[in-house]
Design a protein around this ligand. Structure first.
Ligand SMILES: Cc1cc2nc3c(=O)[nH]c(=O)nc-3n(C[C@H](O)[C@H](O)[C@H](O)COP(=O)(O)OP(=O)(O)OC[C@H]3O[C@@H](n4cnc5c(N)ncnc54)[C@H](O)[C@@H]3O)c2cc1C
Length: 598
């Protein structure tokens, strides 16, 4: 069986959270990180604090050679080899470990993007799709930082529409001849090895390994960017570059699998990186809010400032819950295969299986980071707007996250698009759940009533009801617009936002519920507050989104029935968000930042 056949036959669990009751399977949470995983996090955190933050002005001014030196230092600590298999000189750790390191590197974005491009989109095409000779040639040196990697997909005319690339690869006997210009390539200023996407015969999208020293390769000048100014972003110019035949990565015409498979992991990394960036911004905001006095008080005493701190903490809890749930399930999926030689292929499959979750992480994480940094900057007032305070750099640096690794628009579209495709292929029992929902509407006694009195009873019930609301309106959208759904971005966008909220609710409630027995009621009080606040907001958004979607696609006559049906699922009583917010804010101030459980 070929890899492609195997890929198609994989049945996993991506997207199942929509149709299964919360708690059907336990999820991985940040509280389950092992000592070994945490030791890597500590090494990464200490590296950034000691080696990167003190020289971040020099990094932003592109001091020559600085990032390469830092990469090599990180290499000496083993931080570049996590995803490289042991048999090719790496550590071959689980994905959770490499994501945790990503989280801890995120305090300094120019550095994090440089390292992420090298270890992630730069090296992983060879890790996952290279043959043994290619792996043996490049991976040991990429693992130490002796060689530095980059990923060259984008061109001037093809950004989101990556498959429209014009870069060409001509078969010339025992060589390929590559011609074209790749744009905005991270690390291009100093990278040694590039994964380049080009078309064979004008149509067969394929991937190639190009070396900086290949004749005909040149690098354009550095871009002058709004943020991540320290990172290198240049054109890669290929002028009839002749490379040996064995530099083809994967197979001719299968480059899209490499391009998109790698982007899935890039998206996860951006989501988890947002957790690290947000924790750092919160820490800075708390320190400032305690110190800055106005009207005779520390601004940390003002209700509206406390509200911001609490909301930021909630956003982090949500991203962290979805992030480590996703890395945990990917690791579990990979662990089902024990043969080390099959691990890389299994990882490719895992990344495809959890593509929906990766896109959700990318969108929610990067938008939560934007909210966090904007609110943190607001806490700094006018000082935050000046270069003298670190939040200004964070604000400029964070903006790129919503643009690269697939824009947030493209990732939003992928969430319902992939989910509905899986339902059609029979990989996700969405229609079975539609039948359950319809049956409950005919027999309202069957609608889950939940146990409002129990711990997080209202939230468990909200999750169950929100899943029904989304499934109900998604079915109406499918029935009415199946033929043109792909082009109805208004419908897909509305569904995406609701699906993101479902994954969020399901993840935070389940994480908190799982933690209660182990950590106890008192210890989990703040997690419960954050969960309640997050679910209250997300549930409201789902109800609003469903009503607006229905109003956009149904006739006036149909709408009253649809609205009445949605109402049947809106049976959750509001709770006191003011006191919960205040408790979270107090905990953030007491901790000096994000109030984690451990
Ligand atoms: C600092 C930086 C570093 C980068 N690093 C790399 C790298 O290392 N390697 C690499 O290959 N690329 C890299 N890129 C490129 C990056 O991935 C692209 O910029 C990104 O994919 C978007 O493409 P674009 O800029 O051409 O925007 P476009 O695709 O032109 O999009 C413009 C706008 O239209 C929207 N849009 C596009 N298509 C649709 C659609 N179908 N439906 C709805 N809206 C749509 C987009 O969301 C966006 O808002 C980098 C870019 C930057 C700025």
């Amino acid at each position: 069986m070929s890899n492609d056949d195997e890929q198609a036959s994989v049945t996993g669990a991506g997207g199942l959270w929509l149709v299964e009751p919360m708690g059907t399977a336990s999820i991985f949470t940040a509280e389950q990180l092992t000592q070994e995983q945490l030791a890597f996090a500590e090494t990464a955190g200490a590296f950034v604090d000691r080696e990167v933050l003190p020289i971040q002005n020099d990094i932003d001014h592109k001091a020559p050679g600085l990032l390469v030196t830092l990469l090599r230092k990180a290499g000496e600590l083993g931080l570049l080899m996590l995803d490289v298999p042991e048999r090719f000189g790496g550590l071959g750790t689980d994905k959770t470990t490499s994501m945790l390191v990503t989280e801890h590197m995120a305090k300094q974005a120019s550095w994090a993007v440089t390292m992420g491009a090298h270890t992630g989109i730069g090296s992983l095409p060879i890790v996952f799709f290279g043959n043994d000779e290619q792996k043996a040639k490049y991976l040991p040196k990429l693992a130490t930082g002796e060689l530095i990697a980059a990923y060259a997909l984008t061109e001037a005319g093809s950004g989101s529409d990556a498959l429209a690339a014009r870069c060409s690869a001509v078969d010339d006997g025992d060589h390929w001849v590559l011609t074209g210009v790749k744009q905005w390539i991270t690390n291009a200023g100093f990278a040694d090895v590039f994964t380049v996407f080009a078309k064979v015969g004008g149509e067969k999208f394929s991937a190639f390994i190009v070396e900086r020293s290949d004749a005909g390769v040149s690098i354009g000048p550095e871009e002058h960017k709004m943020g991540i100014r320290g990172s290198s972003t240049c054109e890669l110019i290929l002028d009839e570059v002749r490379i040996p035949k064995d530099r083809l990565l994967g197979r001719v015409g299968k480059g899209h699998k490499i391009a998109f498979g790698i982007l899935n992991i890039g998206r996860l990394k951006l989501g988890v990186g947002a957790v690290g960036g947000s924790k750092y911004a919160l820490q800075l905001a708390v320190a400032y809010a305690r110190e800055r006095k106005q009207f005779g008080k520390a601004i940390a005493e003002f209700g509206l400032i406390r509200q911001k701190l609490a909301r930021i903490a909630c956003g982090i809890y949500a991203t962290e819950s979805m992030g480590y749930r996703t890395t945990g399930i990917i690791d579990a999926f990979i662990a089902e295969v024990t043969d080390p030689e099959k691990k890389e292929f299994r990882t490719q499959q895992a990344l495809e299986e959890y593509a929906i979750e990766s896109s959700i992480l990318k969108v929610y994480g990067t938008e939560q980071l934007a909210f966090t940094i904007d609110e943190a900057l607001q806490i700094f007032g006018g000082y935050g707007y000046t270069e003298h305070f670190p939040i200004e750099r964070l604000a400029r640096d964070a903006r790129i996250n919503r643009i690269f690794e697939g824009t947030n628009e493209v990732n939003r579209l992928l969430v319902p698009g992939t989910l509905l495709k899986r339902a059609l292929m029979g990989r996700l029992p969405l229609m079975d759940f539609v039948a359950v929902v319809k049956n409950e509407l005919r027999n309202p006694d069957l609608i889950p009533v939940g146990t409002d009195g129990s711990l997080l009873g209202r939230e468990r019930r909200s999750v169950a009801l929100a899943k029904r609301i989304v499934t109900y309106v998604a079915d109406i959208a499918i029935q009415k617009h199946a033929a043109e759904l792909e082009d109805r971005q208004d419908i897909l966008g509305a569904l995406a936002d609701m699906l993101i909220d479902i994954y969020l609710m399901d993840s935070v409630v389940q994480r908190t519920v799982q933690n209660i027995p182990g950590f106890g009621r008192d210890q989990t009080a703040i997690q419960r507050d954050m969960t309640q606040l997050l679910v209250a907001d997300a549930f409201d958004r789902v109800v609003q989104g469903a009503r607006r979607l229905a109003a956009g696609i149904a006739s006036e006559d149909e709408l009253s029935t649809i609205d009445a049906n949605i109402d049947r699922f809106v049976v959750v009583r509001p709770f006191n968000t003011f006191t919960a917010t205040e408790r979270v804010a107090a905990a953030v101030l007491a901790r000096g930042g994000y109030p984690s459980l451990s």
